[in-house]
Design a protein around this ligand. Structure first.
Ligand code: ATP
Ligand code: MG
Length: 879
């Protein structure tokens, strides 16, 4: 069976058992402060398990794109080295929200694998939760009883809390789980060792394929468990592993999901898979990581320097690095595999093909940039190891190894590999210490704690009324205390709210909650999953009272204007540059807006002007806001709405239309475009390969900006009074200025040459050297130095003690011929420190030449005579 057919069979199997099939949610998460990427099928249903939202369907099935490279689930280091952990993988899942429980989940799971797919029943083992004394939980005999109907007791194994008790986080929904394992070894091996002894023992052919989680408890922040009124089922099956079992393979990479990639890689690098272990690992790493990177770019997350973007960048660098070291690829090549990936997965995930060009370009540029870094890192490593060698050391310090790791993305094993070729190694212990220290630093940064919710009123929906109202009467339904960077805040949830929570690039509202007795300031509004959280620094004295919730109107109005302007600009950009322009991110604040979009070259000044004009034209047209809520997705598409990949799945959407601009959007907007007033682009720049950024302003901010420009113009006008053509006047002033500077320079050069000639001819003759100690006229300390060196090259026997006043400061220079410093042991640096006292200054230099500066030009004469005396006294030639 092909992978396509297996995926289809799963979804159909559960569809015929009453499940609603939904598309995968994006792999990159946008509204979850606790998680950057989907790491399990249940992520998109978190709110349903938490009870923040009611599900429209009580049974759902899907395949979910997952990425396990950070936090609780991090398989990155395994990937490539083993054959069944990926960074990005698909998790097939079926869900029950308060509907069926253990009995059906188990019997359907069994029926699907052994009945529908025909996998051999006697290769299967299952685990059940053995219980936990500390939590006061008994063995999950309910699940064990269900399993007994399908397989012998000897193959139903007890599992510990670590493997068989699932928790969403430190607090929240949790419950026991049952895993299904499959033994894919050959018959002699199976006879030699009982499969039951290899379950959960990291054996590459005895692996877990499906985890059935039974959510029946809620973990409170004091660690105790309470039973949930509604019980849920959450299952997750590794799709790649299932394909391996179905296709009779021993490795995920031998399935039709990976083979075309491995083959293409073999052709590109001239390496045969299966010949050499190190090269095999590298081929697995590259083909796995390509999927993770391509999917995340398609979801809108580009590689970058922080947060989720950095995670992606590191995955890509890991792939480049394996290619560089083990497949000897010194040029970018991973991006060339994008078409092969699209061939395999593009049918199920159309976002890949739709963004093929962007994905390819971004990967290529990242590869090239990192290859250059690799070269720099390797030459740095060469220098470091040469230094160590010179000092007869064979150990590279932990600090140096860490710098290579942290700044150049050199994993320890790469550093070790390169060093080993020179018979050197790394001080591993010190490296680990550095690593630990960094982890602690970032842990400190992220530290945040939240208390339990205090529920004042049961309420299953917190309605947002802020599209229509900026003020309304509300009650607090629940609140909790949170600590961030040692400060205490409160998160308040209301029964309904006019406050817009930060999302879709638009920042959250501020405002107040007030009644006769008190006023609480709301400093920010954010969304956590579906909950709207109002952030305050204090808690009302009576949280159960009613409040008037008031949004800061002016701030909201400016933000709405900017949001609408963003839509108009998006539309104008597509008109001016072409329909390849797609939104890649935005930030909408009261004072400013930022819009990132795909486009492959810098915009010309003419194009920027055109976009600006077009937006201002749409503003003057004063199109009314046409807002439609709850439009079915397909209808919105038919209306011509610009829909984005990477938006979270939802049955209905909100459509915002101003004239020809139609977008799916949850943000707040101007009532009509005229309200924006005017629009100005401040800057156009590049933020990543193929992604441009425009920063712009509207309304008041645009007015202030233009005022400031006009003020500057008026000031310039004032300076060039009576000049009709200002530009010509400025240009001719600049030209005059450059002509005059050149003339001045020539004069100075001539003066300097005259001074030099005079100093040379006026020098006093002594035995073995000549001496001139005098005050000269120069422009700056640099010229004094030049003068000394000019004379030195003309007359190597000349000693100079020169002083000069420049801009009210005193400068000194002492030059000694080799007769004085090498033969007679005089030292210019020591001398100058002594004589600079007269000018209230200090200086230094070398034995043959030194300079000093000071505050007191009146002391120059004294300093010079002191210098002269010092030379003559030292030689016994005083007088
Ligand atoms: P394992 O112990 O093999 O790492 P897990 O306990 O982390 O698995 P779950 O969190 O229960 O796995 O995820 C459900 C299913 O997803 C697993 O049964 C497995 O088939 C699959 N799976 C988990 N991690 C990966 C991965 N990194 N790559 C591919 N499939 C995976
Ligand atoms: Mg795991």
């Amino acid at each position: 069976m092909t992978s396509q057919a297996i995926r289809k069979a799963f979804l159909e199997f559960f569809e015929t058992r009453g499940h609603h099939v939904v598309p995968s949610a994006p792999m990159v998460l946008k509204n979850d402060p606790t998680l950057m990427f989907s790491n399990a099928g249940m992520n998109q249903f978190k709110d349903l398990f938490l009870g923040n939202k009611k599900s429209e369907y009580s049974r759902i099935a899907d395949t979910q794109k997952c990425l396990r490279v950070t936090g609780k689930h991090n398989d990155l280091e395994e990937v490539g080295h083993d054959t069944y952990h990926h960074t990005m993988f698909e998790m097939l899942g079926n869900w029950s929200f308060g509907d069926y429980f253990k009995e059906d989940a188990i019997s359907w799971g069994w029926e699907f694998l052994t009945g529908k797919l025909g996998l051999e029943a006697d290769r299967m083992y299952v685990t059940v939760f053995e219980g936990d004394e500390k939590d006061g939980l008994e063995r999950d005999s309910e699940a064990a009883e269900c399993w007994k109907k399908h397989l012998p007791e000897a193959r139903i194994l007890d599992g510990c809390k670590k493997d068989n008790f699932w928790e969403m986080g430190d607090t929240g929904p949790c419950g026991p789980c049952s895993e299904i394992h499959i033994d894919l070894r050959n018959d002699p091996d199976r006879r030699a060792i009982d499969g039951a002894d290899l379950v959960n023992k990291d054996h590459p052919q005895v692996i877990e394929i499906w985890n059935l989680v039974f959510i029946q408890f809620n973990r409170k922040s004091d660690g105790s468990l309470e039973s949930l009124p509604e019980k849920h089922v959450d299952t997750g099956m590794g799709f790649e592993r299932l394909c391996m079992a179905m296709q009779g393979k021993q490795s995920n990479y031998d399935t039709d999901l990976f083979q075309p990639l491995i083959k293409a890689l073999g052709e590109k690098t001239g390496t045969d898979y299966g010949e050499n272990e190190a090269a095999d690992i590298a081929m697995r790493v590259v083909s796995d990581h390509l999927r993770a990177i391509a999917f995340s770019i398609a979801d809108g997350q580009l590689p970058s320097n922080n947060k989720a973007g950095y995670v992606i960048r590191r995955i890509l660098r890991r792939a480049v690095r394996y290619g560089y070291t083990y497949l000897s690829r010194k040029e970018a090549f991973i991006h060339e595999l994008v078409p092969v990936l699209i061939e395999i997965m593009g049918g199920t995930f159309p976002e890949l093909d739709a963004q093929k060009e962007l994905i390819t370009k971004v990967i290529r540029e990242e590869e090239q940039a990192f290859l250059a870094t690799l070269e720099t890192g390797i030459s740095l490593l060469d220098q470091l190891s040469e230094k160590a060698e010179a000092a007869e050391q064979t150990l590279l310090s932990g600090k140096d190894a860490f710098t290579l790791y942290d700044t150049f993305g050199f994993p320890l094993d790469l550093t070790e590999l390169i060093l080993a070729e020179k018979g050197m190694s790394v001080d591993r212990e010190a490296f680990e210490k550095e690593m630990e220290a960094q982890k602690n630093r970032s842990r400190k940064d992220a530290e945040r704690e939240s208390g339990d919710w205090i529920v004042l009123e049961e309420d299953d929906k917190e309605e947002f009324v802020g599209y229509d109202w900026l003020e309304t009467e509300v009650r607090i339904t629940r609140y909790r205390e949170i600590t961030r960077k040692k400060k205490t805040y409160y998160q308040l949830v209301l029964n309904l709210t006019p406050f817009y929570a930060e999302s879709g690039g638009q920042i959250g509202d501020k405002g107040v909650l007030e009644n006769d007795r008190e006023q609480i300031e709301i400093i920010d509004t954010v969304k956590e999953n579906e909950l709207i959280l109002h952030l305050s620094t204090e808690l009302p004295k009576d949280p159960t009272a009613s409040f008037q919730a008031r949004v800061d109107q002016h701030r909201r109005l400016c933000t709405a204007n900017n949001h609408t302007a963003t839509h108009l600009m998006h539309h104008a950009l597509r008109e001016v540059l072409g329909s390849h322009v797609e939104q890649k991110g935005s930030l909408v604040e009261p004072g400013y807006l930022r819009f990132d979009f795909s486009h492959f070259q810098k915009m010309s000044a003419g194009e920027i002007r055109k976009v600006e004009h077009r937006v201002n034209e749409m503003i003057r047209l004063n199109s009314k806001l046409d807002e439609r809520r709850s439009v079915p997705m397909h209808e919105a598409r038919n209306m011509g709405a610009v829909a984005l990949f990477g938006e979270k799945y939802g049955d209905t959407v909100r459509v915002i239309r101003f004239g020809d601009s139609i977008e799916l959007c949850g943000g707040t907007h101007a009532k009509s475009t005229g309200q924006i007033g005017s629009f100005r682009i401040l800057k156009e720049s590049s933020i990543a390969a193929g992604i441009r950024r425009i920063e712009a302003i509207t309304g008041e901010a645009a007015e202030e900006y233009i005022d400031a420009r006009l003020d500057t113009m008026a000031e310039i006008n004032g300076l060039f009074e009576k000049q009709k053509d200002l530009v010509r006047a400025i240009r001719s002033t600049l030209e005059d200025n450059s002509r005059l500077s050149k003339a001045m320079e020539a004069i100075h050069r001539k003066m300097l040459a005259e001074t030099a000639a005079r100093l040379e001819s006026d020098a006093e003759d002594y035995r073995g050297f000549r001496l001139n100690a005098s005050i000269v006229k120069v422009e700056n300390a640099g010229q004094l130095r030049d003068l000394a060196f000019q004379l030195k090259s003309k007359d190597p026997d000349l000693a100079l003690i020169l002083g000069a006043e420049t801009e009210g400061k005193a400068n000194l220079a002492i030059l000694l011929p080799s007769f004085l410093h090498a033969e007679k042991g005089l030292n210019a640096a020591q001398m100058i420190r002594e004589v600079a006292k007269s000018i209230q200054g200090g200086g230094g230099g070398q034995p043959f030449f030194a300079t000093a500066g000071g505050k007191n030009p009146a002391g120059l004469e004294a300093a010079i005579s002191a210098g002269r005396r010092a030379i003559l006294e030292a030689l016994g030639q005083a007088g």
